[in-house]
Design a protein around this ligand. Structure first.
Ligand SMILES: *Cc1c(COP(=O)(O)O)cnc(C)c1O
Length: 365
């Protein structure tokens, strides 16, 4: 007789989640390593943020879980009411909190074909059903999203600009999307790369949050601010949503080092300007060089690009990835996002960018 093994079973959605695979951190050979796989900033963090981090000595005390000091600094710099800001352990945590607070079994949440992978994880973990809206030219298609809205739709996630495509939709389109959603559905505007966008028709979403009861904008310190190691993200939303998230977050979800460094970082906007200027200079340079090599690059407004490779044996993305790794350049394969023959490259230091271009020149010969 076969013995029945009885053991705890997670909720149905949990085992449907493909575990998230982070960017590689190591390359082969004796080459200098250029990690261009996770959209980190080649400029690092503000020296003021590092000072604040190092000055922390009283580790015996619990942090201020409400991150008051950080919310004050964010409020001051972005012109927001700190009561309507919630900080999280990376914006990943904020996205999960939104899903846990508002989604349950039987609900649906929409994101786009190449939307950020964390949305799917958060939706499934909350027991809800992910609904995928196709994109147009690798860009969020508002009509495709609206066509998929039903009475079960409780949340729509868009990354604007999106990762890994680097594309964005103008603010008019965001408004049109919002206008087509039921009032009971939350529009989550993930603006992780907002700092980098230099387009007059773009807005991160502050105005939408101010005007409506069902819009939340999320931001991060992991990209332009150069602080991913500290896990620091935040949401700006209507009071009632921030209140719900505050009820379910861990009472000490923010640590003291992150709070102190984040507050100093956000007050050092001169530093952020430098990081953005670096990107303004090198993003077009890298794209120009790769296009000269005959590669197809999706137009990006972020600090990374999606490079498409030829459908030719030995010249595909996986081959290029291996070739680059041998030369110390770590890019990101994006199969998990549905791109079989593309690599995502974060814009790096001058040296890193030049090394990638030189290596790809050799590779394509
Ligand atoms: C990097 C990224 C984030 C930021 O995640 P953190 O948890 O704050 O590090 C959020 N959304 C998108 C689309 C990203 O690419």
């Amino acid at each position: 007789m076969e013995e029945q093994v009885v053991r705890p079973v997670p909720r149905a959605g949990v085992l449907a989640i493909d575990p998230y695979v982070p960017g590689k951190t190591k390359a082969n050979g004796g080459h200098k390593l250029h990690k261009l796989s996770s959209n980190e900033s080649p400029m690092g963090a503000s020296p003021k943020a590092l000072d604040a981090y190092r000055s922390l000595t009283e580790l015996q005390f619990y942090p201020d879980g409400s991150a008051y000091e950080l919310r004050e600094a964010i409020g001051e710099v972005y012109g927001l009411n700190p009561e309507r800001v919630l900080c999280g352990c990376g914006s990943d945590e904020v996205l999960s909190l939104l899903a846990y607070a508002y989604l349950s079994e039987g609900d649906e949440a929409i994101y786009t074909t190449h939307g950020f992978l964390v949305y799917k994880i958060a939706i499934l973990a909350a027991g809800a059903k992910p609904v995928i809206a196709p994109e147009k030219d690798l860009t969020t298609d508002v009509d495709a999203i609206l066509e998929r809205v039903t009475e079960k739709t409780k949340m729509v996630f868009i990354a604007n600009p999106n990762n890994p495509t680097g594309t964005y939709i103008p603010f008019d389109e965001v408004k049109r999307l919002h206008a087509g959603l039921p009032k009971s559905c939350i529009l989550v505007l993930d603006a992780a790369y907002a700092e980098y966008v230099r387009r007059t028709d773009y807005q991160a979403g502050i105005e939408q949050v101010n005007d409506f009861e069902n819009v939340v904008m999320t931001r991060t310190f992991s990209k332009a601010y150069g602080l991913p190691a500290l896990r620091l993200g935040w949401a700006y939303g209507p009071e009632h949503i921030i209140d719900a998230l505050n009820r379910i977050r861990g009472p000490f979800n923010m640590n003291s080092a992150a709070i102190a460094a984040g507050a100093a970082a956000v007050r050092d906007q001169a530093f952020i300007e430098q990081a953005i200027s670096h990107n303004d200079k090198w993003l077009p340079w890298v794209v120009g060089e790769l296009v000269k090599l005959g590669l197809d690059v999706t137009p990006s407004v972020g600090n990374f690009i999606l490079i498409h490779f030829p459908e030719e044996q030995g010249k595909r993305a996986a081959d290029a990835d291996a070739y680059l790794l041998e030369r110390g350049c770590v890019l990101r394969q994006v199969k998990a996002y549905g791109f079989d023959n593309a690599l995502r490259m974060s814009i790096g230091s001058e040296e890193a960018n030049k090394d990638v271009v030189a290596a790809l020149t050799e590779f394509l010969k």
